[in-house]
Write a protein that binds this ligand. Structure first.
Ligand code: SF4
Length: 210
């Protein structure tokens, strides 16, 4: 990357956006709502079951103008954006959020919490991963905790994270997609015994939408 590009990236004026699309939020608290999605590349968390490994290496993703992303997001009726990754907080998202706010676009973040927070958000969905312990701040600012259940050990990981958060937060357990059939009954039974949790399903995958 040349130097001017590096400076623009650090300022959040350009971002390595892997894909953008208008769809419905498929998971978590905001399931069913229409929104513009951007997937920002770059993630060094390394979840073995990650379904967007093509987003890991931002060097392979040409950066795009943040102003142009804001303009595209503003052109859709929902006036809402979901910023996902990769790990979007790899980058400074202050400039993106300021522009979205000026355009009256609601801002929803999906993060593993592995990097410091930037940007001003209306909803933060925090999905911590064992591979990269989250920054402490995330436990205070997140609106939603969404723990991916790959195997039985993940229930303990879910409780460990929940214990650090305010009880007013929304707590979700979500089966990892490739393990949904193997884990569904256990998750359902777990929530029946621990009703502070709710289930989150990747409904967009059932609907065959992005
Ligand atoms: Fe994939 Fe998300 Fe894990 Fe990064 S944090 S490896 S993008 S699942």
């Amino acid at each position: 990357m040349n130097q001017p590009e590096e400076i623009l990236l650090q300022a959040g004026r350009i971002l390595p956006v892997l894909e953008e699309f208008y769809s419905l939020q498929g998971e978590g608290y905001n399931t069913g709502k229409a929104a513009y999605f951007i997937r920002i590349g770059g993630c060094d968390v390394g979840c073995r079951w990650c379904d967007v490994k093509e987003a890991w290496n931002a060097e392979t993703i040409p950066p795009v103008s943040t102003d142009a992303v804001i303009k595209r997001a503003a052109s859709f009726p929902a006036k809402a954006i979901v910023v996902t990754g990769g790990e979007p907080l790899t980058y400074n998202l202050d400039y993106l959020c300021e522009g979205l706010k000026e355009n009256k676009i609601s801002r929803f973040l999906e993060t593993s919490g592995s990097c410091a927070l930037s940007g001003e958000w209306e909803w933060i969905c925090f999905s911590p991963k064992k591979e990269a312990p989250p920054v402490r701040e995330m436990y205070q600012v997140a609106d939603e905790l969404k723990v991916i259940i790959f195997n039985r050990d993940d229930f303990a990981w879910a409780e460990e994270n929940r214990a650090k958060m305010d009880p007013s937060v929304q707590f979700y357990l979500q089966p990892e997609w490739s393990r949904r059939n193997a884990m569904m009954t256990e998750i359902v039974n777990y929530i029946k015994s621990n009703p502070g949790w709710k289930i989150s399903l990747q409904s967009h995958k059932y609907m065959h939408i992005p």
